[in-house]
Design a protein around this ligand. Structure first.
Ligand SMILES: Cc1ncc(COP(=O)(O)O)c(C=O)c1O
Length: 471
């Protein structure tokens, strides 16, 4: 049989198995070598068959892990709807609900779908502990002294070194170290905004951003945000004359998982530069990409220095270390002044441990494994939700990060469902906590940065059943 026909024949067999759901999204395909032996063909024939399937988005390769049935094959559930601009609607902060969700975290027997941080089992804790001992031994005065206000130079140098995505344009002096990304955002806002100013943010949005804006007395405009491509630039254009500052999570937002395409980032930076509006870019999920490469931040396109690029290791390495940073562009001096007033400096030892982790390539190594786990988890979650949640469930399609956003039947109030679920030891984050308006009441966020095992699968199925029982 001609070689061309042979590779297509093998590709067709796998395609049929995908459409009959013998192979489901998230399943790992046998290795190229295993299939070569099975079909008794040349390696290249299998490689060509895989290329054919890849070109149809039916399978995807994961570096050093193999080929997987990709999420785009035979997707059954729709993506969630996009919100509308609500300029005149009353704003009510969901503080009590946020507190209630956080309170449940004390009970370790509740499944951790509600959390915004990775499960400990996915973090390199033993290696970090070794790093702590090393830092305490080797670091001057065992880390008991003050650090420069700008932050540990070794850490700044290493974060700059690993910021390849900026084409080597950043040096250690461009960074200011902060207590995580949230503190970076706070410092940025203190530097560029005053009480009564207006901030534009995504919607739904990480509740911490609403809380900090409210604490600083800012008016908030929640922009319509597409679950796949992020903020709606047309909506931003309509209100741009009211805006003093923007804060966006451009890469794999929380909770939507949206990723702004490069063209939108270019247009956004151009628009904000034209109006001289600072952008706080919260990019702490950018390294958690499922595709081939890390998406660029808006900072990449920023020539005027209006973008303050924030990051941290909270979602990738150690949330409790409170190590974050900002590349503040033209606002650097104000931000260093703010930091001096608030915190002076961060604990030296944790900065040294992270610097050491970066310097010796351990962070990069960890990220590669972590991304693979997150990607396969996201597929397991999507598949289980497709099979066990009601058919009218809508589900986001993240290309990175660690969250899924679900829109369930309109009759369900997820804040009420939360109480019932917690009694059954299942947690999730109700949609209402991600907005200041009365919306997303039938939505929820699920964290898939957990260990995928029988219990996780069982709990996810039980959540689906609970929703079915409630409709
Ligand atoms: C979008 C976003 N920004 C900031 C933070 C807080 O990050 P950190 O712990 O580094 O302060 C979170 C945490 O969930 C987040 O999702």
């Amino acid at each position: 049989m001609a070689k061309e026909v042979l590779y297509l024949k093998i590709a067709n067999i796998i395609e049929e198995q995908i459409f009959s759901e013998t192979l489901k999204i998230g399943d790992k395909l046998p290795s190229i070598r295993a299939l070569q032996k099975l079909y008794d063909v040349r390696l290249n024939t299998i490689k060509q068959a895989f290329l054919e399937l890849e070109s149809k988005s039916l399978i995807e390769s994961r570096p050093k892990s193999g080929f997987y049935i990709s999420k785009t094959s035979n997707r059954k559930l729709a993506i969630p709807s996009m919100n509308k601009l609500k300029l005149s609607e009353k704003q009510v902060a969901p503080e009590d609900l946020i507190t209630k969700v956080f309170d449940t975290l004390k009970d370790k027997s509740i499944s951790r779908f509600s959390l915004g941080v990775p499960d400990e089992s996915l973090l390199p804790i033993a290696k970090l502990n070794k790093g702590l001992l090393k830092a305490a031994r080797n670091w001057a005065e065992s880390g008991t002294s003050y650090e420069p206000v700008q932050g540990n130079a070794n850490l700044r140098r290493n974060v700059a070194k690993w910021s390849f995505i900026l084409d080597g344009k950043l040096a250690e002096d461009d960074f200011v170290i902060t207590s995580g990304a949230m503190n970076a955002i706070y410092n940025c806002l203190m530097a560029v905004a005053k009480r009564g100013d207006t901030i534009a943010i995504e919607s739904p949005v990480y509740f911490g951003i609403i809380q900090v804006a409210q604490t600083l007395g800012l008016n908030i405009i929640e922009l319509p945000t597409h679950p796949v491509t992020g903020i709606d630039l047309e909506a931003l254009k309509k209100v741009i004359h009211k805006i003093d500052v923007c804060c966006f999570v451009t890469n794999f937002s929380n909770p939507l998982g949206s990723l702004m395409p490069d063209e939108s980032k270019i247009e956004l930076v151009k628009m904000l530069t034209h109006h001289n509006i600072p952008l706080i870019e919260d990019d702490l999920y950018g390294n958690l990409f499922f595709g081939r490469s890390r998406p660029k931040p808006c900072k990449y396109y920023d020539e005027a220095g209006i973008v303050m690029w924030c990051g941290s290791v909270s979602k990738t390495l150690a949330p409790g270390y409170r190590v974050g940073w900002v590349v503040p562009g033209k606002f650097k001096d104000q931000i260093i002044r703010e930091k001096l007033v608030q915190t002076i400096c961060q604990p030296s030892l944790y900065q040294e441990v992270v610097a050491d982790f970066l310097e010796h390539g351990r962070y990069d190594h960890h990220l590669r494994n972590f991304r693979n786990t997150l990607y396969t988890n996201s597929l397991h979650f999507q598949r289980t939700i497709e099979d066990h949640f009601p058919e009218n469930t809508k589900i986001s399609q993240p290309q990175g990060g660690s969250f899924l956003w679900l829109e369930v039947d309109k009759s369900i109030d997820t804040a009420v469902l939360f109480d019932t679920a917690v009694k059954q030891k299942i947690g999730f984050a109700p949609g209402r906590i991600f907005t200041q308006h009365d919306q997303y009441n039938n939505c929820m966020r699920l964290n898939f940065a957990v260990e995928w095992n029988e219990k996780t699968e069982f709990d996810l199925k039980r959540l689906g059943q609970l929703i079915k029982n409630t409709i």
